[in-house]
Design a protein around this ligand. Structure first.
Ligand SMILES: C[S@@+](CC[C@H](N)C(=O)[O-])C[C@H]1O[C@@H](n2cnc3c(N)ncnc32)[C@H](O)[C@@H]1O
Length: 327
């Protein structure tokens, strides 16, 4: 099994070829079983069938994780509770955070409250041994931004476990003074949008997860490639990546996306509300303050750690020429 590849195949058979305990971080955003229209996958199965399928891919994913590995799961309301129990109780993972990703621009319901969140479960294999790089994900605090309090930690603070999304990149946006990060859902009109996959996640959201829970040159796995966000961000952040995608069409597009990104490139989308805020009346952007500058600097500090488990296997920094089943 070669690293830095997107495989166009079923993730259960694909992950079976991954060596035991070899993946540092896995991120899975499986179909939510809500009848969403994908080009190949049928997203409306009997509940038992869906849960049985989840256990099958879950077993392979957990086996592939290193003893100090991390697993993030994105899931909708309908199956969040059951999937949390599967991974926590049946597969023995420890849930460190139950993050709620709140977004606007969601589905507009006419007969009930509109859905505006997704669950992100943050699991580790070992509750005492895991990677959590705090410096790469700090955000400016209210003490810094609002109160200019000299006692504020100049490095900022760790984000809350509710990740708020607002359309600050859109024209009708506002200037935020709050100490939260905004991850806009990647809407059809956004520059970041690849345009061919309805479930595309924002790069900044994956950026936070990958920076916090892995180090450069480590291995990031995504069994459900979709539009390839996890793999593209892993590549930009200089991680090895491994992905699977059932659809040949999506897989082709992911390969094209991966060919266009390179290690060290900035992630798409807004990282900091202040910096990404709209122009002021005077036509100037909001000035980057000390908190933002210190945050940006902290992101450049990374640890180099070799992944010995993959030694002897292919590790290519750039995607190879296209072959069936590989990128
Ligand atoms: C919710 S989307 C992932 C979106 C992705 N996180 C992104 O940011 O673009 C789920 C993807 O899983 C794919 N898929 C479904 N079953 C699969 C399987 N057994 N193996 C691999 N991919 C699968 C679907 O085709 C779909 O593209």
């Amino acid at each position: 099994m070669k690293l830095d590849r997107l495989y166009n195949e079923d993730c259960i058979t694909g992950m079976a070829r991954i060596p035991d305990a070899s993946v540092d971080l896995a991120f899975a955003d499986p179909p939510f079983n809500i009848g969403y229209t994908y080009d190949v996958y049928e997203d409306q199965r009997a509940a038992d069938e869906y849960l049985g399928w989840t256990k099958k891919w879950g077993v392979e994913l957990v086996r592939a994780l290193k003893p100090d590995g991390t697993f993030w799961l994105a899931i909708g309301d309908d199956f969040a509770a059951e999937l949390k129990l599967i991974f926590q109780r049946e597969m023995g993972l420890c849930c460190r955070s139950w993050v709620v990703w709140y977004y606007t621009f969601g589905v507009n319901c006419t007969k009930k409250f509109s859905r505006s969140h997704t669950h992100l479960f943050y699991f580790v294999k070992d509750p005492k041994r895991f990677t959590f790089n705090t410096d790469g994900i700090r955000v400016p605090s209210a003490r810094q931004l609002v109160y200019a309090d000299s006692r504020a930690n100049s490095k900022g603070r760790l984000p809350d476990d509710t990740w708020i999304l607002r359309p600050q990149d859109a024209k009708e946006s506002f200037t935020s003074q709050e100490d939260v990060w905004y991850f806009p859902r990647v809407c059809g009109t956004f520059k970041e949008r690849a345009g061919w996959h309805g479930c595309q996640m924002p790069e900044q959201l994956l950026g936070r997860i990958i920076r916090a829970c892995s180090n450069p040159h480590e291995t990031v796995l995504d069994p459900f490639g979709g539009s390839g966000t996890t793999l593209a961000v892993a590549r930009k952040l200089d991680r090895h990546y491994l992905g699977f995608e059932l659809s040949e069409n999506y897989a082709d597009q992911i390969r094209t996306r991966l060919q266009a990104v390179h290690p060290g490139e900035p992630l798409s989308g807004a990282e900091e509300p202040q910096v990404s805020g709209p122009a002021t009346k005077e036509g100037k952007c909001i000035k980057r303050n000390a908190a933002s500058a210190s945050y940006a600097k902290s992101k450049q500090t990374t640890t180099r750690k070799e992944n010995v488990l993959w030694a002897g296997m292919d590790r290519e920094g750039s995607p190879s020429p296209r072959k069936k089943g590989q990128a």
